[in-house]
Design a protein around this ligand. Structure first.
Ligand code: MN
Length: 429
């Protein structure tokens, strides 16, 4: 752990709930987010600790509630803030008296998106997702020839990114099934193949200089932290519109992030070697480094839960639909940052990357219903007997993630929750 005292699994906090073995937010985590008390107050910056939030202004740790300014600081300043938080929240700290007045219960606040999000890019880093989905569209040629060379991505839209708790109406759009006769007009209606995508969000810290690529060695200094991310997708709209320029209205009606940014410092104990399967080409030199091979992967366990309206009425928390791990991704965080800037593209503080759907190697590890239901052909039967090929109105999708290994304190990401509402009346009618 490089002697980072803030990661010592033996550390305990004077905030009692942070010492609960099941909390996502022990003193070793210290993720950052924005909150307000009630629905109208000003946004404030906070750090999750157990079931509480430490208000960073009230604790005297920041002057203003500007998350972007905090994120744009260099690595040394970020490190110093983490150390101050770790020292001050530690059991026996002299800060307890002053800081206990700066705590707010998480149950008493509204969380916001963690920072002002500038640009949003979605990647496609799971080769398992790319292969399974590719098979549905192109059975004889599932994985396109660029996949193992280029971290595939597209520019998305930040304006409709919401925070956990988001509810949005089922989108309208044009669809035309692949089986429709050639030349027939498309249908226009609410999507009937609405899906989720299990992803992680990567938040950019420090910008690059305009025009200057970020090297693999520098890449992680430009990353502030990770969240959960649900890239809701209307598969029927996507299937009709996506060629030749890629996803458009099938993706930009809603995307949901979890409120707490878990820093790379907190994730340090869960780094793993990153290697490609034998026989695969090595990444081009600009996307390769010894450090990336030694510890580029991050062991983050991921889960998707579904709570239908009927389950909710029955007081049922939902079914776990799948589990996967971020360590199975084909491209690392550093490779995404480096590739995105290799042409001189400017990344700015608060930019968000989606990792792409994080499916694992086995079929039951699909990170979307498209995969789990075989393109809608094999509906899932839920624990209460309901069936799903795609999402129904009233369905709530809950993403969760945590890191756990011997010799380290378990940390988690909290939840990323979103609910599908019925479609609005017909547009233009
Ligand atoms: Mn996606």
């Amino acid at each position: 752990m490089g002697g980072d005292e803030s990661l010592d699994p033996a550390l305990r906090s004077w905030v009692a709930s942070a010492n609960d073995a099941t909390t996502d937010f022990p003193i070793q985590n210290l993720p950052f987010g924005r909150f307000r008390v009630g629905a109208e107050g000003d946004w404030r910056l906070g750090v999750a600790i157990g079931d509480q939030i430490l208000d960073l202004q009230a604790a005297g740790l920041v002057d203003q509630a500007d998350m972007s300014a905090l994120m744009a600081q260099g690595k040394a300043a970020r490190r110093a803030l983490r150390d101050a938080l770790s020292q001050g929240l530690r059991a026996g700290s002299p800060n307890e008296a002053a800081w206990s007045g700066a705590l707010v219960a998480q149950s008493a606040v509204t969380m916001g998106v963690p920072c002002a999000i500038g640009d949003y890019t979605d990647f496609y880093t799971s080769i398992h997702h790319a292969t399974t989905v590719g098979k549905q569209f192109r059975p004889d040629n599932p994985l396109l020839p660029n996949y193992k060379w280029v971290p595939i991505g597209y520019h998305g839209r930040a304006s409709t990114i919401g925070v956990s708790g988001q509810a949005f109406p089922r989108p309208w759009g044009q669809t035309r099934p692949a089986t429709a006769p050639e030349g027939s007009p498309p249908n226009f209606g609410p999507s009937r193949r609405l899906d989720y995508e299990l992803e992680l969000g990567i938040f950019i810290a420090r910008p690059n200089a305009p025009g200057e690529p970020i090297s693999m060695a520098e890449a992680e200094d430009h990353v502030f932290g990770l969240t959960l991310f649900n890239d809701w997708s209307a598969r029927d709209i996507q299937g009709w519109e996506y060629q030749p320029l890629g996803p458009f209205l099938a993706k930009n009606f809603a995307s949901t992030v979890s409120p707490w940014m878990v820093t790379l410092d907190a994730l340090a104990p869960f780094r793993q070697p990153f290697h490609r399967p034998a026989g695969d080409p090595a990444p081009l030199p600009y996307l390769d480094s010894a450090a990336n091979r030694e510890q580029g992967a991050i062991d983050i366990q991921l889960e998707v839960w579904l709570q239908t309206a009927r389950m909710r009425e029955a007081g049922h928390a939902g079914d776990c639909l799948s589990r996967s791990n971020y360590a199975d991704a084909y491209w690392t965080v550093a490779q995404l940052v480096t590739h995105h800037t290799v042409n001189g593209c400017l990344l700015q503080t608060g930019d968000l990357f989606g990792t792409g759907t994080l499916s694992g190697p086995s079929p039951e590890q699909g990170g979307s219903l498209l995969e789990l239901s075989g393109g809608g052909k094999q509906p899932l039967t839920l624990s209460n007997g309901e069936q799903r090929s795609f999402l129904e109105d009233g369905d709530t999708v809950i993403l969760k993630a945590f890191c756990e290994r011997a010799g380290a304190r378990r940390i988690g990401f909290g939840e990323c929750r979103g609910t599908v509402l019925p479609a609005r009346p017909m547009p233009g009618a």
